[in-house]
Design a protein around this ligand. Sequence first.
Ligand code: HEC
Ligand code: HEC
Length: 276
Amino acid sequence: MASQEDKDFMTRFVVVLSVLVLLAAVFFLAARLLSVAQRTAVPDDLATAAQARVEERIRPIGRVATAEDVEEDAAENGEPARRSASDIYRAVCAACHDTGAADAPLKGDEGVWADRLGQGLDTVVQHAIDGIGAMPARGGDASLSDEEVRASVVYLLEESGQTVENGAPEAVAEAEPEVDAEAEPAAEAEAAEVVAGDPAAGQAKFGTCIACHGAKGEGMGIFPKLAGHTAEEIVDLLTRYRAGETVGPNTPLMAPQAVTLSDEDIANLAAYIETL
Ligand code: HEC
Ligand code: HEC
């Protein structure tokens, strides 16, 4: 029957078609397999890649940055390599402070450095930055940042038996309450003296203050106005600078001006400044 034959034909046709599709699929898969096999057939590359991935996975989370790492990183970022305090000391400061050249205080001389540190760390650091006596500014290396000078000063102090904590020397931190306790009656005693303070002598002494505070104590920029302060306030402030106390943010500029003042100088200056 025609319809039966048609059905047979259709069945065969479907079977043949299925086989063809299946073959195509198999062929396609085989081709894929072959290409994968080809790609994976380079064992060296694969091994390296796999090893890299494994290393990445087992890498410790926190890497300890050694000085070399920091320098490498800095070099990669185009920053100048940061120098450690001891490197700077050896390269710049040792010439004088290891040898005593130019009468430089020697590294390791505890007594000398305890005295120096008595001025307060900020002052000592500022001296090293600005230069002091025969010591050139920044030890003669203008490329050193303030932080680098500070770090090398701290290194020098620590190598000389001084305890420098949190950037503040222990000696000064301990001395502070004492100084305060003493400064109070001292200020009162001087306040009484202020009456006797000689404005004319104060005016003569004020010559050294003009460069920063102005001829009329009018102040400018970071240099505070002195005119308008009472004598008591001036005595109190100068006594605190002289004692090495940090008064304002620019204390390191002012403190050296006050350390050389006698009680009498302070009283006279205060008497004069009050008249401005
Ligand atoms: C050319 C020699 C020379 C070099 C280089 C030098 N110093 Fe000095 N330094 C001196 C002399 C001299 C003094 C004492 C100055 C004085 O008190 O009159 C001194 C004093 C100091 C003081 C004491 C300051 C104070 O207030 O008492 C410090 C801190 C200091 N130097 C640190 C350094 C550091 C840090 C370096 C390196 C970055 C350095 N010095 C390089 C010669 C030198
Ligand atoms: C090298 C510049 C300089 C010289 C010189 C100088 N001073 Fe100062 N003075 C300063 C600076 C900077 C301050 C602010 C410091 C601070 O931040 O605590 C200051 C603060 C003061 C203060 C405190 C004022 C306030 O309102 O807090 C008094 C008082 C003072 N100086 C008096 C004097 C006298 C007196 C002289 C002269 C013997 C003198 N100064 C010389 C720079 C200088």
